[in-house]
Write a protein that binds this ligand. Structure first.
Ligand SMILES: C=C(O[C@@H]1C=C(C(=O)O)C=C[C@H]1O)C(=O)O
Length: 300
């Protein structure tokens, strides 16, 4: 691990003199912060060069540059090891911006969200892919999906499906699969346990597992939606959630990353079951453990 202990060596010789009254401790701490900033900046430049090199060197062999499963695994690892006063949402914010910039290093990347600029989908899109990623707004989810299908945007950001959505809002019923797939849920850092994703990202390629995933299954022509949960559970796929629509369609969310060729799907007693995609299970936030500044008092 890098030695980040405060040193008195200034990072730059041209620092302004500390204000009158500021003691040597303040100057030493500021010098330590300057050294850390330089070290972080060096590492960020090295990271960006590696990401840019992946695209330039065709390491990805023409496959998609956007790999949400890998992104989720990175954030999950960092959030799990995180401690101290820096809030976890800040860690997620910083890395989402770093990753969004590395996507931009690797080729064109843009988003199509439905709704208004201050709407939920645009907010989730900006939160996940940063302020600098190109965003186009579409009046309907179908418009955002059409932009991705036409290659005008890399990902569509759509509100997460809810029971009782009007037909025009229930985009999952019409989405063209397998060409389009759900491959991420936003935000990755969820609120307290049980919080649902605000939005889903859809693109024209297959999702990849992140290690902890959920798969979305679309059922069409369903006469008795009440049978879906039991039928899935009987095959070892108990759904976390089933939502349905009066047009005899249902959307079930199951634990794990399911391959569309998984034989259990063909064994389901429904005429049409399709994998709509999968996403990394969001990380549930818990208060960061504070770093003790004093040795703990022994119990009385
Ligand atoms: C660097 C990569 O490309 C993208 C950027 C990532 C990053 O900045 O860590 C991770 C996954 C990809 O979406 C990669 O595939 O590893």
């Amino acid at each position: 691990m890098a030695d980040l202990t405060p040193t008195t060596a200034p990072a730059q010789q041209s620092q302004p003199a500390p204000p009158a009254g500021a003691g040597p401790d303040l100057a030493a701490l500021r010098a330590a912060i300057d050294n850390i900033d330089d070290a972080m900046h060096d590492l960020l430049m090295r990271r960006a060069a590696l990401a840019a090199g992946m695209a330039a060197g065709r390491v990805k062999a023409g496959g998609p540059t956007f790999r949400p499963g890998r992104e989720a695994a990175i954030l999950r690892r960092l959030l799990a090891r995180h401690e101290g006063p820096l809030p976890r949402p800040v860690v997620a914010r910083l890395w989402r911006d770093i990753i969004a910039s590395s996507l931009a290093q690797q080729g064109p990347f843009s988003m199509a969200a439905c709704g208004a600029a201050d709407g939920a989908a645009a907010h989730a899109a900006r939160g996940h892919f940063g302020l600098l990623t190109r965003l186009t707004l579409h009046p309907t989810p179908a418009g955002a999906l059409a932009a991705v299908a036409a290659g005008e945007a890399t990902v569509a950001i759509l509100p997460a499906a809810e029971r009782g959505d009007r037909p025009a809002a229930a985009w999952w019923m019409q989405m063209q699969v397998p060409r389009l797939q759900v491959l991420a849920a936003l935000p990755f850092l969820a609120g307290p346990e049980g919080a649902r994703p605000e939005a889903l990202a859809v693109a024209a390629f297959r999702p990849e597992p992140s290690g902890r995933d959920r798969t979305l299954l679309r059922f069409a022509g369903v006469n008795d939606v009440g049978r879906i949960g039991g039928a899935l559970a009987a095959l070892g796929l108990p759904p976390c959630r089933v939502i349905w629509h009066h047009a005899r369609a249902a959307l079930a969310e199951v634990e794990g990353f399911l391959d569309p060729a998984d034989p259990r799907l063909a064994a389901l007693p429904f005429s049409s079951v399709q994998v709509l995609g999968a996403y990394a299970e969001p990380f549930c936030d818990a208060p960061a453990r504070p770093t003790p500044t004093h040795p703990e008092e022994p119990p009385a």
